[in-house]
Design a protein around this ligand. Structure first.
Ligand code: 48F
Length: 261
C-alpha cells in the first residue's frame, strides 16, 4: 500500500479537532501538567470525570524530570509512597521514611496512567486568562504557547469547566491572573497571593497538602502553586507532597461533582 502524505495530514487535523471540540466543555480543567496536575487528572479520570490538562510546554512533567539539580532521582516520604504504589512506580528505601524513585519512570507512569484513564492532555497550549460568570470562574482562556512566545497579536479561545485547578507550579499563574484583574479577592489572609517562602522540606511537604484547596469560587490549587498562593515554604526535590496534593484536590472535587449529579 502506498502511503498518501495528504491523508496523514487529514488524519491528524481531523482527529485533533474532534478531540479538542470534545473537551471544550469539561468537568475539570487543569492548568499545568506537572506532577500535581497530572496526579489530579488521574484521580478524577479514573472516576469517569471529564478532565483536560493544558500544558504550556512541549513536554509535560514540569520540574520532575530533573530530580534535584539534574540528578534525575526523586525522593518521596512515607505518606507519598502509596501514590507511587498506585502508579506502579518502583522505588527503594534509602533510609527509613526516605524513598527514591527514578524521575523518568515516575513521570512516564503518571502520564501513562492519566491518559489511559482518559484524562486528555493538551500540550503547547498556555492558559492566559479565566472565564467568569456570576463571580465564579467557569472556564479557561487558551492560546498556543507559540503565539505567546512570538508575541503575536492573536486572540485566544475559551473552554468551559465546572471547576478549574491551578497546577502551574511556583508562579501560580491562575491566581496571578485573578489578582491582577480583580484585585485582592482570593481566600487568603490578605486576599492577595501570600508568596512562596524559603526552603524547608518538613514544613513545605505538610503545608502543600493543607494549602491545596479552593482559593476563589470555582478555582482550586494543587502543587507548588498552593504554597505560593497561601504562603508556605518550598521543599525542593521531594515529591510526595505534590502527588498527595493532586490527589487531595481531585478527591474533594469528585465529592463536589457527585453532589451536582
Ligand atoms: O512546575 P511544576 O512541576 O509544578 P508542580 O506540579 O510541581 C512542582 C515541582 O516540580 C517542583 C517542586 C516540588 O518539590 O518544588 O518544582 O506543582 O509544573 C507546572 C507546569 O505548569 C505549566 C508549566 O510549564 C509546568 O509544566 N504551566 C505554568 N504556567 C502555565 C502552564 C500556563 N499559564 N498555562 C499552561 N501551563
Amino acid at each position: 500500500m502506498r502511503l498518501d502524505d495528504v491523508l496523514i495530514t487529514k488524519a491528524i487535523v481531523e482527529s485533533f479537532y474532534k478531540k479538542f471540540l470534545e473537551y471544550t466543555e469539561v468537568d475539570v480543567a487543569i492548568a499545568g501538567g506537572g506532577p500535581a496536575g497530572l496526579c489530579a487528572s488521574y484521580f478524577l479520570a479514573i472516576k469517569n470525570f471529564k478532565v483536560a490538562v493544558f500544558e504550556r510546554k512541549l513536554s509535560i512533567g514540569g520540574g520532575m524530570w530533573g530530580g534535584g539539580m539534574m540528578f534525575n532521582e526523586i525522593v518521596v516520604g512515607e505518606d507519598g509512597k502509596r501514590i507511587l504504589d498506585e502508579f506502579e512506580v518502583g522505588y527503594s528505601e534509602y533510609e527509613k521514611g526516605y524513598y527514591t524513585a527514578d524521575a523518568i519512570e515516575a513521570l512516564s507512569a503518571l502520564s501513562f496512567k492519566a491518559t489511559k484513564a482518559k484524562a486528555k492532555i493538551f500540550n503547547l497550549i498556555s492558559v492566559e486568562d479565566v472565564m467568569m460568570e456570576d463571580e465564579k470562574v467557569t472556564g479557561l482562556v487558551l492560546n498556543w504557547s507559540a503565539v505567546q512566545m512570538a508575541k503575536l497579536h492573536v486572540d485566544p479561545l475559551t473552554i468551559r469547566s465546572k471547576y478549574v485547578i491551578d497546577a502551574t507550579g511556583h508562579p501560580a499563574e491562575i491566581a496571578k491572573i485573578i489578582v491582577s484583574k480583580l484585585g485582592n479577592v482570593l481566600k487568603t489572609k490578605t486576599g492577595g497571593i501570600a508568596g512562596e517562602k524559603t526552603m524547608c522540606a518538613e514544613v513545605g511537604e505538610r503545608m502543600v497538602v493543607e494549602n491545596s484547596k479552593e482559593f476563589y469560587p470555582g478555582v482550586w490549587v494543587a502543587g507548588m502553586a498552593a504554597n505560593a498562593v497561601f504562603g508556605a515554604p518550598r521543599m525542593g526535590p521531594i515529591f510526595g507532597g505534590m502527588l498527595l496534593s493532586g490527589e487531595k484536590v481531585a478527591k474533594e472535587l469528585i465529592k463536589k461533582l457527585k453532589g451536582e449529579k
